[in-house]
Design a protein around this ligand. Structure first.
Ligand code: FDA
Length: 514
């Protein structure tokens, strides 16, 4: 066993010799040690899930905050040489905190990309180079600064980091029009297991395929993504219409399940959010289903589309708001209507909570309204979000990127439970979410059960410290990547044979897989 002081000392020593010919680089290195006053605030700064910040959660020996590419190269080379386990963090939104906590292996350090957030937008060639530590909200803002008619199809929560987000796919309100964020990546720069800085051409097509949806923390440290900008109208339309059981919520939801993925115009994205609310007569809680939508067009055309495909919702002109795409980003993310878009530059989360999430991706309508509602009412702060697929999500083939859930997959469903105090009975919340997940099992009985890697769920299984084989890792690998899992294992063996980039659910090395 090596103590903290020597891990840090050896690491610094190694960096110093790495930079011996360029001492200026060495002098700018930022290492935040466990005993320093800034340690807790640095560790907590972007960590989203407070469940992984409790005193009993393992803490890193130190946090290394690179300021440039060569700092990252040096960190990878030195960690490798000294056998120090690294966790890579961009936006810290991992559902199970694997970017800042190692439960399966200590000691460990964090490479925190929070200071690498440059965004260079090039409207002329419809692209942008974005650094991994930037939030997706910053990317949206910088694009909108340059053009009112360009956007990018990334996630809805604006504080997610582009490093992990795009590596895991990236699903949002433009997905039915343009697919995932990872479907719209043109190039990337990453530091590989040998500390080399590689772009698409240097890494080759196959690793470039793997990093666009094969999950964060597997194949290297992404420094930059080159993303493709997509056209958006100067003015889009948004609405949120809520329905309770008394207002026919069950029939409307059943109808939404029938039409939202397959029938709706590609310009229309309507997700459904289930949440308990206080009953109007204050006699307890009831379930509200909110239809939260973005339409890439004006109110008139939206009303026609809705009248044709989903009249059951009863959308009226006064429910609709027209605004610029960047304002719609804020609206869908839940900011108040008068929020200035420059709030996105603060990169701040509006979510930090104790939480547990699980997800399903369904191939058929499943109904289940009554029982889901009953179960949601049993929990303190539950949330269930139904996201429609279809549209452009179905234009891609299952092997185009590692995210294989294309045609035939109807919606991604997220189950969440939130709590606000470390002292709460965590097992009660975990039991609740595991039960609701169990209840949904028959809805997927004919197929294998699948989920979205960006909604990481460690209940599916975790790596053993050193040797998890393909079969064991299939417990989550097949769930997240379906038929693409085997290809990812083969690529992992080639690009990271020593398994430098590993975490609880990283792609394993299995030498028997040919
Ligand atoms: P974080 O830094 O925690 O990293 C996540 C994973 O990627 C870890 O394994 C990490 O090691 C690895 N990683 C991070 N940076 C890397 C890099 N530079 N190179 C290689 N690996 C790296 N998803 C979605 O598709 N649509 C959505 O709308 C939302 N909304 C949402 C809201 C909230 C509140 C949360 C907490 C999460 C979401 N997500 C989401 C899920 C989100 O996309 C997912 O957690 C991403 O992995 C987050 O990326 P970060 O960089 O923020 O996470």
């Amino acid at each position: 066993l090596i103590d903290s002081a020597s891990i840090e000392e050896n690491f610094i020593q190694c960096l110093s010799s790495y930079f011996s010919s360029n001492p200026k680089q060495f002098s700018t290195i930022i290492i935040t040690r466990k005993n320093e006053s800034l340690f807790t605030s640095t560790l907590d700064s972007t960590a989203q899930n407070l469940r992984y910040l409790t005193p009993s959660t393992p803490k890193p020996e130190f946090i290394f905050t690179p300021l440039n590419e060569s700092h990252i190269q040096a960190a990878v080379i030195c960690s490798n040489k000294l056998g120090i386990h690294m966790r890579i963090r961009s936006g810290g939104h991992d559902y199970e905190g694997v970017s800042y906590v190692s439960e399966i292996e200590t000691p460990f350090i964090i490479i925190d990309l929070a200071k690498l957030r440059t965004i260079n937008v090039n409207i002329t060639d419809n692209s942008a180079w974005v650094q991994a530590g930037a939030t997706i909200g910053e990317v949206y803002y910088r694009i909108s600064e340059k053009s009112e008619v360009h956007g990018f199809p990334g996630g809805i929560c604006t504080s997610i980091g582009v490093g992990g987000h795009i590596a895991g796919g990236g699903f949002g309100a433009l997905a039915r029009k343009y697919g995932l964020a990872a479907d719209n990546v043109l190039d990337a720069k990453l530091v590989d297991a040998n500390g080399r800085l590689l772009d698409k051409e240097a890494m080759g097509e196959i690793p470039f395929w793997a990093i666009r949806g094969g999950g964060g923390g597997n194949f290297g440290i992404i420094l930059w993504w080159k993303i493709k900008l997509v056209p958006v109208p100067k003015s889009v339309t948004v609405f949120t219409v809520s329905k309770t059981t008394e207002q026919g919520a069950e029939d409307i939801f059943n109808q939404w399940q029938e039409v939202a993925p397959g029938l709706f115009d590609k310009d229309l994205f309507i997700r459904v959010i289930f949440q308990p609310v206080s009953a109007a007569n204050k006699t307890g809680r009831i379930i509200s289903t909110s239809y939260n939508a973005l339409f890439l067009g004006d109110t008139n055309r939206l009303l026609k589309v809705m009248q044709k495909d989903f009249p059951e919702l009863g959308l009226t002109e006064k429910d609709c708001l027209e605004m610029s795409w960047i304002k719609s980003v804020l609206y869908i993310a839940g900011y108040p209507n008068d929020t200035n878009p420059n709030v996105l530059l603060q990169g701040k989360s509006t979510f930090q909570n104790y939480f547990k999430g699980k997800s399903d991706i369904f191939t058929t309508p499943v109904g289940a309204f009554q029982e889901l509602s009953r179960r949601l009412l049993q929990e303190d702060n539950p949330l269930m979000i139904w996201n429609p697929l279809g549209g452009a999500m179905w234009d891609f083939n299952f092997y185009d990127t590692p995210f294989p859930f294309r045609s035939d997959f109807y919606y991604m469903v997220e189950y969440l439970t939130l709590w606000h105090n470390a002292s709460e009975d965590v097992s009660k919340h975990l039991d609740w979410i595991r039960e609701i997940y169990k209840y949904m099992t028959p809805a997927v009985d004919d197929q294998r059960r699948v989920a979205y890697v960006n909604y990481r769920d460690l209940d599916l299984g975790v790596n053993k410290k050193n040797a998890t084989n393909f079969k064991e890792a299939a417990a989550w690998g097949n769930v997240y990547y379906g038929v693409n899992f085997k290809s990812l294992v083969k690529i992992k063996k080639k690009v990271d044979p020593e398994n430098i980039f590993r975490h609880e659910q990283s792609i394993p090395i299995d030498l028997s897989i040919k």
